[in-house]
Ligand binder design. Sequence first.
Ligand SMILES: [Fe+2]
Ligand SMILES: [Fe+2]
Length: 213
Amino acid sequence: MSLISKMKDVEMPLRCETPMSWGERMMAGDKLALLNDHAHLEKKAGLNALEMLNRWPEPVPPEAWVQLMCGVAKDEVEHLAIVCRILHKRGGALSKSHRNPYAKGLRDLIRKGVASSQTGLVDRLMVSSLIELRSCERFAVLGECADDDKELGKLYQGLWASEHGHYKTFLNMCYQVPGVSKREVDERWNWFLDEEAELLGRQGQYMGMHSGI
Ligand SMILES: [Fe+2]
Ligand SMILES: [Fe+2]
């Protein structure tokens, strides 16, 4: 069964699908640039999990919050090491800086203000979840398109399930935030899914996991 078929068997609520042509373009382009972008995303995902670790809602952290965040951070550091190893083996090097307008666009949607600390937390968790979900989808597409590059094919196919687990972890945590009802979480998630699709549609074409279609 192909990765894309497997993807259709699991929950994948994205509102816009990445076409195979995107993956083919990535595989035909500068792979060192793609790997460098990917490595930075893994690093940022790890840092985000550590940042979320003690942002649990007052007065007590929901069950397993800290352990779950530690687990995500550990996974992301492992992914980072794997991607960096391949990048270096191919003659590339991790750049000092990195921009991700897609992630920034999502973060800009997080509600701010004193009265919205719980809702802001839900937004943060949803942004984390969406980035994982889109990355998961992109890995599946790349995994399908990497026939001529077995090493990268194995990399993307190996990461796909982990990112799907992270997407679920962050989304499930939204429902544990006290003071925010299930209906509010559902509505906000629906809103974020629409926004994410619209934001992705505005991304430029570059060598990167969250580049435009
Ligand atoms: Fe990762
Ligand atoms: Fe992840």
